[in-house]
Write a protein that binds this ligand. Structure first.
Ligand code: MSP
Length: 553
């Protein structure tokens, strides 16, 4: 078992309020952090903002503000949004924090002394929205290889980081730490980029003024990525004598979360910087795909962003947290739509989970049973359900440990179907014998208890409410996974009727698409990847009210 867990999000460019894409990276980190806290593991979760560079300076000038005033104006919007979504970060770092600035300057001095940074001249192209250097033939501006937008030619004196010296070391490292990048397929792109040859990286600018002053050379500021990547170490005390112990506790990071657009910075430049610094490299990078709207990346510059506040007002934080974690698969880009969100809330949360809880409590209440004690001996059907829980727990834990959260949730919801099937097949409403009746209720309560514990990292509020309905108080600190694993089901539950966990939505009839979508292959692959496949025997088929085509199997 891990002795500590350190997870980070990318730090966000503060040119606007957070959008659904920023929420997504941050939410994944929160789920990871809560999953480790659930096991009683000492956890540190870092997020924050990337506040320097040309892009921010331009946006500030456009708004008629100084860069500092401009970025200061967004910080509360980030912090508030994270709080509203129950995101429990340990520290919010800002690259304008004096401690960060000082540590980055010391870092540069150290690398100058070791010869890893030297002065030269840069001629090439620059993409401001991505804050990245782009190579191309002289005189012919290439489009940015990350976002495809036009680049500008720049020619200026610059300090360089000797990236080329790390090419072989990086390749050796990827070979050794094969699971460095999750999903592993994304490492292949990184390896071919590095094999293609690494040029030294320009890490200072003279034509940009908004940045960390380059130490001992006032004409330069530090390149925004060399500044920003270091947040992961400066925030936990790197470069600060008084915080050495703290730094030693947390570094290296166990999981760094980022979108696929910034994988090169994290999987190539960042490990090379760390090698030059003499520090260990993080255990894993979790690289997720993009949230798309009508097949386009959702982004501030495209103007198609979804405001997380509107989703919060309409659906509440837990339902949105569940939907993003379950249905935005890490391995690929995922299409976001509120129609799909409502459909999943209705089917997974209100029907499969919420109704199960309501039915259990309502049935028990009908017979004036509030204290539910376990039977001396469980019958084979209940034991089977318990075994299914243990198997689910194992699979769920494996997926969560591997950071495949959507897979973990698919496994858990399969178990929720099994509990529903058990409940339905046991027909407790027909059972005359009080003990037999109580056994079915008790088995369902034990299952719901386990489900609530496992879902706690994803839906902390609703699962607390569920546990309250079962009379269980939840407090972090213990290792709940250990407690669930092999637990013989000997709990007594005190049932309390509560408000339904999730409300249902009136689904709008979907219009058939007017135009053929542009890329058929993309649609087919995305849709197939969302399908949960299994093999079974159909025992019953019922009509679904309001539909003339659908059957419930
Ligand atoms: N400031 C840099 C990161 C520096 S980390 C040392 C940056 N900032 S960003 O605000 O542009 O993006 C931050 C994160 O949000 C990235 O991981 C990016 O992939 C993610 N998202 C932004 N739009 C997104 C979607 N539409 N979908 C999913 N995530 C995307 O890059």
């Amino acid at each position: 078992m891990k002795s500590k867990f350190y997870v980070t999000t990318p730090i966000y460019y503060v040119t606007a309020k957070p959008h659904l894409g920023s929420l997504y990276s941050t939410l994944l980190a929160d789920v990871a952090a809560r999953w480790h806290k659930l096991q009683g593991i000492n956890t540190f979760f870092l997020t924050g903002t990337d506040e320097h560079g040309q892009k921010i300076a331009q946006a500030a000038a456009h708004a008629g503000k100084s860069p500092q005033e401009f970025v200061d104006g967004f910080i509360d919007a980030y912090k508030d949004m994270w709080h509203k979504y129950e995101i429990e970060y340990s520290h919010f770092v800002r690259t304008t924090d004096p401690g960060h600035v000082k540590a980055v300057q010391e870092w540069i001095r150290m690398l100058m002394a070791s010869g890893d940074i030297y002065k030269g001249h840069y001629t090439g192209y620059y993409c401001t929205p991505c804050e990245t250097y782009v190579t191309g033939v002289e005189g012919k501006e290439p489009p940015c290889d990350s976002c495809g937008r036009p680049t500008q030619e720049i020619a200026e004196e610059s300090y360089f980081f000797k990236l080329s010296a790390y090419q072989d070391k990086l390749l050796e490292f990827y070979e050794k730490q094969k699971d460095f990048v999750i999903p592993s397929e994304r490492l292949n792109e990184v390896i071919s980029f590095v094999k293609g040859g690494l040029r030294d990286l320009s890490i200072s600018r003279t034509t940009v003024k908004w940045g960390i002053p380059f130490p001992d050379d006032e004409d330069h500021v530090v390149y925004v990525w060399a500044d920003a990547l270091n947040n992961y170490i400066t925030a936990i005390g790197y470069g600060n004598e008084a915080r050495q112990e703290e730094f030693a506790t947390w570094w290296p990071a166990d999981l760094q979360i980022l979108g696929k657009d910034i994988v090169r910075f994290h999987a190539v430049y960042w490990p090379a910087f760390l090698m030059a610094t003499g520090l260990p490299i993080p255990e894993h990078l979790l690289v997720h795909g993009w949230i798309k709207i009508n097949a386009q990346k959702m982004s501030k510059s495209l103007g198609n962003v979804v405001d997380p506040q509107l989703l919060l007002d309409e659906y509440g934080s837990d339902a949105v947290r569940y939907y993003l974690t379950r249905y935005m698969a890490i391995t690929q880009d995922s299409e976001f739509s509120t129609q799909d969100l409502e459909r999943r809330i209705n089917s997974d949360l209100a029907n499969d989970l919420g109704n199960l809880l309501n039915r259990v409590i309502a049935l028990a209440k009908k017979r004036d049973m509030y204290e539910i004690t376990p039977p001396e001996n469980w019958n084979p059907k209940s034991l089977e359900l318990r075994d299914q829980f243990w198997t689910t727990l194992e699979k769920y834990s494996t997926s969560m440990e591997g950071a495949y959260y959507s897979r973990a949730l698919a496994t858990l919801f399969k178990y929720i179907h099994e509990v529903n099937a058990y409940f339905h097949a046991s027909e407790p409403w027909k059972l005359k014998d009080a003990q037999e009746f109580e056994e079915v209720i008790s088995a369902a309560c034990h299952s719901l208890y386990g489900i609530a514990m496992l879902l706690q990292p994803v839906m902390p509020n609703k699962m607390e409410q569920l546990l309250k309905s079962l009379g269980v108080a939840f407090e972090l600190g213990a290792n709940y996974l250990e407690e669930l694993d092999g637990n013989p089901w000997k709990r007594t539950f005190l049932l309390h009727a509560q408000e339904p966990l999730f409300k249902k939505y009136e689904l709008k009839k979907e219009e058939p698409p007017k135009e053929k979508k542009s890329s058929m292959s993309e649609i087919v692959i995305d849709d197939v990847a969302k399908v949960y496949q299994c093999i079974g025997t159909i025992e019953k088929a019922e009509h679904i009210e309001g539909s003339d085509k659908l059957l419930k199997l």
